[in-house]
Design a protein around this ligand. Structure first.
Ligand code: 5AD
Ligand code: SF4
Length: 477
């Protein structure tokens, strides 16, 4: 399941299925069928970016439902079109500009259609979005979704509306997300917002503001509700889950409390930070069978000097020590990472250090990108973006090729093994096959056979018979 910056658009179901890390660009349309003979207004929401953005879209949908909207999968019939945007790399923003261009044509035919840009690009570009696009009526940052109903009223009265205030408190704790486009099995629970880390390449602290943790009671309550609605898997989301803290509750304790909600509820989390990941968290993963043996632990680079320039707060040896500790406590852990290649001043030898770190760790999967300078970040202010694009691309290709080899080797080791799989739905290719993931986050595809008792949300044991680089293929045992 390795991938590069080239893989772009993905429907939400796939995003859920693969549990992409925060920061992976993808796009999905959110909709629910409008009720019969419903006079409610119609909203269309399109989401780009990370899992956190998809989770935010569910908060937005909740606000819109209260405001009397239903949802449509078709932007051409919508009264309100919202684009939930991502700024992590330049190409993520480019994609949104293209979509806005396309929406202009629709708006020409239907001038009454309201268009809002929300999320990270809204926060980064603010009123510039109103100036440059003779299209956008509303600009709303990630901490301002509660003002959505009032902003819609403003637009309806003929004004343009902007709220890009960041907050130190907002966690939308008590807002019940409206689960859009769900597979009914897996759901995201946002446990914190913002980020205090200040990695020098990263725009997130500027678009999502200061870090704040959500009240644990509301998180546990949401997990319970999900279980009673038939969900079997939750992913706890935060930019840096290891720094979750509300009074006496740190991340390890929160993870434990969510795991205790129901033994059949699988618990995943993203994203961990090597600087802050404690042994306590690893021990909790080991202690609870329903906490998945999978950690996404972004490394970004295998070279200590580059890590220092990135302000990552960890060096190569520290990272390798964390991996050794994780494998000591949870030997069958699945591991994935994020890598940025061609960061400011990266030499060939430093690039080789990233490849050698990958050899040392042997990730099961990775998300790999070349560096994209983001305006206003510490790196953009202080460090020249001096690695030529061809070099960045060549290094990225080397990293992708190596990871593809490692992913395949990791999958080949699973041939003949039996895994407990949570069924998520039909496989993409065939209605006669199920797909679902194992504890280590690997996707399995297997024939439904004669088992008519199974459905999405069922657990089943599957023996692996063949593999590709991305998928394990097997049979029910
Ligand atoms: N350029 C390229 N990749 C980036 N990421 C974050 N900022 C940038 C950037 N400016 C990647 C990191 C992060 C993931 C979410 O996106 O690898 O972990
Ligand atoms: Fe998510 Fe915003 Fe970061 Fe994009 S820029 S990955 S939407 S937090």
């Amino acid at each position: 399941m390795s991938q590069t910056t080239q893989k772009i658009f993905q429907p939400l179901e796939e995003a859920l299925a693969h549990h992409k890390p925060l920061g992976e660009e993808r796009q999905g349309e959110a909709y629910m069928a409008a009720g019969a003979a419903d006079a409610r207004k119609l909203a269309y929401i399109e989401t780009y970016g990370c899992q956190m953005n998809f989770s935010d879209t569910e908060i937005i949908a909740s606000m819109l439902t209260d405001k009397g909207f239903s949802f449509t999968p078709n932007e051409t019939e919508a009264d309100l079109v919202l684009i939930n945007t991502c700024s992590i790399r330049e190409n993520a923003e480019q994609r949104v500009w293209h979509r806005l261009d396309h929406l202009k044509h629709i708006k020409k035919k239907r001038p009454g259609m309201m268009v809002g840009v929300v999320g990270c690009m809204a926060e980064r570009l603010k009123t510039k979005l109103l100036d440059e696009e003779k299209l956008v009526d509303m600009v709303i940052g990630p901490d301002a979704y509660r003002s959505l109903p009032a902003l819609i009223d403003e637009v309806e009265s003929g004004q343009r509306a902007v709220n890009v205030l960041l907050s130190r408190e907002e966690t939308y704790a008590e807002i019940a997300p409206v689960r859009l486009n769900t597979n009914g099995v897996s759901a995201f629970i946002s446990i914190m917002r913002g980020c205090n880390n200040m990695c020098s390449f990263c725009v997130v602290p500027f678009t999502r503001g200061r870090e704040r943790s959500r009240d644990p009671e509301s998180i546990v309550h949401e997990a319970r509700e999900l279980v009673s609605n038939g969900y079997r898997e939750v992913t706890l989301l935060g930019q840096n889950v290891d720094s979750y803290r509300v009074e006496g509750t740190g991340f390890a304790r929160l993870l434990e409390r969510v795991a205790q909600v129901h033994p059949d509820l699988r618990v995943r989390f993203s994203t961990s930070n090597p600087r802050d990941m404690t042994d306590e968290v690893i021990h909790i993963i080991a202690a609870y069978p329903n906490i998945c043996n999978f950690i996404h632990l972004p490394v970004q680079s295998g070279n200590t000097e580059i890590l220092h320039k990135m302000n990552r707060g960890h060096h190569r040896e520290w990272y390798l020590e964390r991996i050794a500790r994780i494998r000591e406590i949870v030997p069958d852990i699945g591991l994935s990472t994020d890598i940025i290649t061609g960061f400011c001043g990266e030499t060939e030898a430093q690039h080789q250090d990233t490849l050698s770190l990958m050899e040392a760790v042997r990730y099961d999967s990775a998300f790999m990108f070349y560096y994209s300078e983001r305006p206003g970040t510490p790196a953009a202010k202080k460090l020249p973006d001096d690695v030529p694009l061809e070099v960045k691309k060549r290094r990225l290709q080397e990293i992708v090729d190596l990871q593809n080899r490692h992913s395949l080797e990791s999958n080949l080791k699973d041939v003949g093994c039996t895994f407990r799989v949570l069924i998520e739905g039909n496989s993409k290719r065939s209605e006669s096959d199920w797909c679902g993931r194992n504890d280590q986050n690997k996707m399995l595809v297997f024939p439904k056979g004669s088992r008519t008792d199974l459905q999405p949300g069922s657990y089943v044991h599957v023996r692996v018979t063949q593999v590709t680089g991305a998928t394990l293929i097997g049979e029910i045992v």
